[in-house]
Design a protein around this ligand. Sequence first.
Ligand code: G6P
Length: 610
Amino acid sequence: MCGIVGYIGNREARPILMNGLKRLEYRGYDSAGIAILWDNKINVTKQVGKINVLEGELNGSKIPGNLGIAHTRWATHGEPTQVNAHPHSDCTGNIVLVHNGIIENYNTLKQMLIEKGHKIRTETDTEILVHLIEEFYQNGTSFEESFRLALNEVEGTYGLALITKYEPDKLFCARNGSPLVVGIGEGEYFLGSDAAAIISHTRNVFYLEDGEIAVIGRDGFVTKTIENQLIRKKIEKINFDLERIEKAGYQHFMLKEIYEQPNTVADAMRGRLIEEEGVAKLGGLTPILHNVLRARKIFITACGTSYHAGLIGEYMLEEYCRIPVEVEYASEFRYRDPIIEDDNLVVVISQSGETADTLAALREAKRKGTTVMGLVNVVGSSIARETHGGTYIHAGPEIGVASTKAFTSQVTALTLLTVMIARTKTMSAEEGRQIVKEMKALPGKVEQALKTDSVVKEIAAEFQDKRNFLYLGRGYNYPVALEGALKLKEISYIHAEGYPAAEMKHGPIALIDEDMPVVVIATQDSTYEKIVSNIEEVKARRGRVIAVVSEGDHNLDNLVDYTIPIPMTLNLLQPIVSIIPLQLLAYHIALLRGCDVDQPRNLAKSVTVE
Ligand code: G6P
């Protein structure tokens, strides 16, 4: 999704801004632009396509200014064209801004501004804002005040950065619903819509909160609310390594992240399991522990891959804790007015901690007075900060747009939550110990599952040209089928559907013929016999079956086209192992089809608009 970088200091801004943009590429974008104040003029360059296209455009031009802003755009209002790319300027070109988010009342504002004679050049909502600031400024208000007053007229979400000829030594920024972090250097400041953009320069940062403005000079900054109340910001230290957001020799971030999973699964449970007692401890839940343990109903809400992890959470929480669980897409939850009682618990799951719908669902749940806990990866993200308590999944930065390691870490964290709650209910110490023991063996089993890479590659080569795939699973492996299908469609653009295996009879079976590869997760659990029957049904219609099976199970060898053997574990933990070959399958098919694995078309890593 859109990314913002800003710089003010004594160094040349351009390389710093371009470097920052490259670090934000993973978020997904379709055009990029940069504005630098130099020689009493704001120089704006923007281009459709990748950052290197913009770089090519800039080559040869000398703009050695040391104040600037830059942006990667993911189109919402208006097509991804050069004109619609950010930065956007007012009529004079003396005020220039970049924006993440959506200005909802832009149409009303646009009419008013056109009537007042402003020349609107783009189809974007963002451009309206810059003209609105110009309008206040033209009427004799100071620039800083014009900026603040304009923001008060705006409905919607924004993270924005602005430079102007009228205040040539200041970088302006503001946030409402779209994250911004300010990095503090020696006589210089860096701005980013996420920490990845600035981390190579400084670890000292402050985060803007909703409704806050920062006006940054070379020697200091002022922060205030958009109501004009001065505020003091707490300076925090970011502590993740730069190497962790680099590729470490892998061809793609996605592959690196798939291969990190033995470690990230271990990190998600590190220090949280007490083997002798068969329990899990989650320190971040301490302030809300009472409400978590006494919850009579649990809602889980999330988007995308995080939603699939939530479905697995439902199965395990209901099975072991005997608490009713409802899982819902955050985009539905937030508008549906769900019936939430005081003694319910809402769990929001988000890798980025910034997904707009999930954040809104969390706020809706809080408004209804219930306890909200987060399962989040990005430390200090909006969701992490706004929940009453929570658990970090500690997967480290996930850069590949298709989520992989966050999923397995989310499921691991949900297992910890399940064991923690279940042990205060009917789960015996013995059963708890057994789960804890199996959890500790998980990193080794994930490692083992990664060894399926070579057989998966062969399968990918055979099926790369198919236009449709079906993924089937039952029980805990049903959400794995959904997630496997999502991975394939996200990065290879092949249509893929996940289904509960038995439900296939009620529709998808009509699609099956020799051109339809069906990926079945058929590990040996209580539904094994049933899923074998489902495979028979596919084969009877000449479907091609790729079966993920338990190691040592050769029953299916003569029935299916390919088997992918993976280690067995307890049913509730099986998804963490069975998703691995499906992630690899999506990766290899996408690679063979020449798709951009880390930045698939139209997708964004962090979806900060609804
Ligand atoms: C986007 C990403 C997905 C992710 C979803 C939810 O669609 O491309 O990979 O699962 O957002 O994101 P979150 O950060 O809230 O888990």
